[in-house]
Structure formats: structure tokens, C-alpha cells
Design a protein around this ligand. Sequence first.
Ligand SMILES: [Fe+2]
Length: 264
Amino acid sequence: MVKIQIMSDLHLEHDFLYKTFDIPPEAEYLALLGDNGSFLHHRHRKEYLAFLKRQLEHFKAVFYEDAKEILRAFKHDMETAAAVEGDKPLGELVILDNSRFDIPDENVTVLGATLFTGAPAPELLDEYYSTTREVCGLDAHSHIQKHHESATYLTDTINAIRYSDPSRAIIVLTHHGPCSKAIALGLGREDTPDEISYRYTSDLTDTSAWKSTNVMLWAFGGTHFNCDYVEVSTLKRVYSNQRGYIGECEDFDVGRIVDVTPPY
Ligand SMILES: [Fe+2]
């Protein structure tokens, strides 16, 4: 059984809680699925990386979705310090960038990606292209391209695992949402997702990645609403645990654990 603490959208840049925000380690693994702080200003960056290092002191591995290049440089610096200065070894930082991590001694694989979002409905395309901000050098077109790369990576990898290792359980971790149903967006069953939700989530429910019964858990963030349910057709748990902006997600629980037990 793999136990993992999953959270996202801590938005520590809003209340500058990098130093004091506490994640009590209740499991061996921690997943931080994006939007947790800001790397844009030196002061934020320094505090944010110190926050991350603190988590690596407490967890065996931290799955992290965020600014990939900054994180790769940080990871390199940490590993160099541990090798040269004999610092206490830290947990492994697993950057979720169309990547695979096999949990040691368990028949469980973690697949991770930012995911981004695909193109919205045709009638919203003009608005999409005219209002989408460039983020980290990625314009509106690049977001869609990145989404397709991640969706293809997840589908291909899940299909390959299903063929080569059919009893392996898969956990998928993404920042953006994979399902645009109201329940996944944290809305009531009667509510209709508004058109703006295309900026946070896409609908992958027709893909073999989503339909695969090897995928036992798909966790994500980015929507600032939480959900936790089991999809009847695949028995997959669909999960988000987001803090959001101050006071937004009252059901956020920093100590909540999700466990995944392979069926065989
Ligand atoms: Fe967010």
C-alpha cells in the first residue's frame, strides 16, 4: 500500500506563509500539484525554495509540479551540497513533467504532468486567443500544444504499462484537471460548468488514459474547488485537495492521506 499526502494551490505568495506553513508528515510521500507560491521575485523565490527544502527533509519523495527549470537547478544544488558537504540526505524531488516514478518495493507507478488545457469549444476560441496570458514563455497556442503532448504521454505510458505489467497500479498527478464534469470541478450535480473552466481543466474522459482500470487515482489542482469521489465505471478515485486563496476552500485538509493498494 502506498500512502501519499496530496495538496495544491497553497498560494503561499498571498499571505507570505512560506516560513510558517506546516505540512505535518503523515505519509512517506508528498505531492504538491502546483500554484503553491511564486518564483517571480527574489524574496519569494528564496522563501519558496526553503519551504520546499523543508518538505524534502520530512518526506521520502516529494512530487512537484511547478517551474521546472528553477526546480531542476534547485535539485542539482541540493544533490551537490549533499555529495560535497555531506549534508543530511534529503528526500527525492520528483519533478512532474511528463515523467514516471516507480515507487520502490511496490507495484505502483506515479505518472505526472502539468497537463495544461486543450482548446475550448469553437465559439470560445477568439476569446481564448485574445485573452490568454503568456506564462513562462508559453503563449495560448503553446498551452494547447503542451496539453496534447502530456495527454499523449499519459495515454501511451498507461497503455504500455497495461500491456507489459497488467497488475501495476497507476497514480496520475497533474496540475490541471482531467475531467470537466461538474462533480470534478467541485460543483453541485445540477450546476453547469461555466466556459471559464476551460482555463483550468480539460475533458480526457474519452481517452484510454482515463478509461484504464490500472489508474486507481487521478489527483489534480488548479480549480480552487475540491472533489473526492470514485468514478463508477473505472473505480478510479478522482481527488483534489486545494487550499486556494485565503478562505476559499474550507474543506482543504493539510494532513489528509490518500492510500493506493494494488489489486493483486
Ligand atoms: Fe491556484
